[in-house]
Design a protein around this ligand. Structure first.
Ligand SMILES: [Zn+2]
Length: 107
C-alpha cells in the first residue's frame, strides 16, 4: 500500500501572502504591511483595509521605510504614477503606520 497523504503535502496557492516593502525591499506577510493604491487618475491613497481595487504597493508600518520610500519616490516607481504624491497621503500613511505599530506593541 502506498501512502498518498505523504505525496500530497502541498502548500495551497495564496496561503502565504507575501509582498515586498517598497521602502526596505524586504519581503513580508501582507498582513504586516500597509497597502497604497493608485486610482485610475493616478492619485495614490492609503488603503488601510488592503481591499481597494487598483494597482497596489506595500510598505512596512515603519517610519524608516516610509522615509526611504518618500526619498526614492518608490511608490511612483512601483505604481507607475508620474506625479508627486500628495502630502496628505504621507500624513495618512504615517497615521496608519503609527496605529499599526501601536497595536503591534499591545499584542
Ligand atoms: Zn520595509
Amino acid at each position: 500500500m502506498s501512502h498518498p497523504a505523504l505525496n500530497q503535502i502541498t502548500v495551497p496557492q495564496g496561503a502565504v501572502m507575501v509582498r515586498t516593502c517598497v521602502g526596505c525591499s524586504r519581503r513580508a506577510l501582507r498582513a504586516d504591511l500597509i497597502r497604497v493604491v493608485v486610482s485610475k487618475n493616478g492619485v495614490c491613497t492609503v488603503d488601510p483595509t488592503s481591499a481597494q481595487p487598483g494597482r497596489g504597493a506595500w510598505i512596512h508600518p515603519d517610519p524608516t521605510c516610509i522615509e526611504t520610500a518618500r526619498k526614492r519616490r518608490a511608490f511612483q516607481r512601483a505604481l507607475s504614477c508620474e506625479g508627486d504624491i500628495d502630502a496628505h497621503m504621507w500624513d495618512q500613511l504615517g497615521q496608519v503606520a503609527s496605529s499599526r505599530a501601536h497595536s503591534a506593541l499591545v499584542e
